[in-house]
Ligand binder design. Structure first.
Ligand code: PMP
Length: 437
């Protein structure tokens, strides 16, 4: 049984899974992909739980891909959205509206040092696209460096930065260098952050004129399988990149807002201060909003032209985003993630001792990866087994994310209200599935 939860979903009378699926296939194109053999029809969400058409409850351990930060339909976020929606849904930034300034001020107060200028966009892809534009204009160079195994978006520019081949299309990528991934579990230099950083220097020395526009990395990789970068990596790389005239960009689309437990931003786990920070997903608890935060010096490169997008800083998204920041602070969600994450990771590591198929347990706070292998020594990816386990967990009422180059990593990144009881249920369900397996 899932942990007790005092909420009754509303009776659902809408179309059932088969009809929804048929319509989706017909009208939404071939690019949609589903996790489960029998697609799940989700009709309601409340905090860390989702409900299907029959009223069955599921523990949501992936949060709409790391997006529902406070919890599904969190009452305070919902109130802020409703109140603003009743007054003004949209006007564009050609007029003044206080919500955008209030939100930008709150966001800037979360940033270190000189990172005080905020641009609002609508997604993580757009945020990274804008960051790349700023880096190229500021440096006067084109060459961007990103990590193998990275995901930075699906727009044409960010697809170039993205290195996971499952997402790539054969289109020109233009001046992007993908460096060796500093992955402590699978990477070729183990946990030696400085050694990986040398590959960045090599790319600059042997693949460019000696100057670059910038470097971008997820400070903890998401789609790539919850990979923490080897210690010391970013410190070394930032030094190398800045020496070559480049700008350092931290993609915090998944790792920000206290989810790591130990720090508010992922880059703090590596002891660096970026020049540009991009964010989306959890910033709006599900509202389509993203942001780029940078220094006044870098922001000034956009001053000679118009930099505008219709929806960025929309009053409803800004009011919702401000409520998210307040909820996370006032409900002390960062400390909560640290506490529950330590418990979860401890229990998973214990499971790892007993089940050889668990090759690696990694992460921080509520940003956790479980990598399945069929041979521990060879680290052979157990892709098929992971697919079976995913289905078994769903049968038991647990929804996790999957990721990694070989789709053999479970990602546990639930809403930040996930409790220790939820963590216990997830681990017990996994053990039950493994034993059956
Ligand atoms: N960066 C990272 C780290 C992401 O995980 C994602 C989305 N998975 C993006 C950028 C792109 O964000 P969006 O899907 O909102 O465009």
């Amino acid at each position: 049984q899932l942990p007790p939860f005092d909420y009754e979903p509303k009776p659902y009378t809408g179309p059932l899974a088969d009809d929804v699926f048929t319509k989706r296939k017909k009208f939404l194109g071939p690019s949609l992909f589903h996790y489960y053999q029998k697609p799940l029809n989700i009709v309601e969400g409340k905090m860390q739980y989702l409900y299907d058409e029959s009223g069955r409850r599921y523990l949501d351990a992936i949060a709409g891909v790391v997006t529902v930060s406070c919890g599904h339909c969190h009452p305070r976020v919902l109130d802020a959205i409703m109140e603003q929606s009743k007054l003004l849904q949209h006007a564009t930034t050609i007029y003044l509206h206080h919500a955008i300034g209030d939100f930008a001020e709150a966001l800037a107060s979360k940033m270190p040092a000189n990172l005080k200028v905020v641009y609002f966009v609508n997604s993580g892809s757009e945020a990274n696209e804008l960051a790349m534009l700023m880096a190229r204009l500021y440096s006067g160079n084109l060459g961007m460096i990103s990590l193998r195994n990275s995901y930075h978006g699906g727009s044409s520019g960010t697809l170039g930065l993205t290195a996971l081949n499952t997402w790539k299309y054969p289109i020109p990528q233009g001046e992007i260098h993908h460096v060796v991934n500093p992955d402590p579990y699978r990477g070729i230099f183990g946990s030696d952050g400085a050694r990986y950083a040398k590959d960045v220097q090599d790319h600059i020395d042997f693949g460019t004129s000696g100057r670059v526009a910038g470097f971008i990395a997820e400070t903890i990789q998401g789609a790539g399988g919850a990979v923490e970068l080897a210690p010391g990596y970013l410190k070394n790389v930032y030094f190398i990149v800045r020496k070559a005239g480049g700008v350092c960009i931290a993609d915090e689309v998944q790792s920000g807002f206290g989810r790591t437990g130990s720090h508010y931003w992922g880059f703090e786990t590596q002891g660096v201060i970026p020049d540009i920070v991009t964010m989306a997903k959890g910033i709006g608890n599900g509202l389509p909003i993203g942001a780029v935060v940078t220094t006044p010096e870098i922001a000034s490169v956009l001053a000679s032209k118009i930099q505008f997008n219709t929806f960025g800083g929309n009053p409803v998204c800004s009011a919702g985003g401000l409520a998210v920041l307040r909820v996370l602070d006032e409900e002390k969600r960062q400390a909560h993630c640290a506490d529950v994450g330590t418990h979860l990771i401890g229990r998973l590591k214990d499971l790892q001792q007993r089940y050889d198929i668990i090759g690696d347990v990694r992460g921080r706070g509520l940003m956790v990866g479980i990598e399945f292998v069929s041979d521990r020594k060879e680290k052979t990816p157990a892709k098929a087994e992971a697919a079976v386990l995913l289905e078994k967990l769903r049968e038991l009422g647990v929804l996790v994310g999957k990721g990694g180059l070989h789709a053999n990593v479970f990602r546990v990144k639930p809403p930040m209200c996930f409790t220790k009881d939820d963590a216990d249920f997830l681990v017990d369900a996994l053990e039950y599935s493994l034993a059956k397996f």
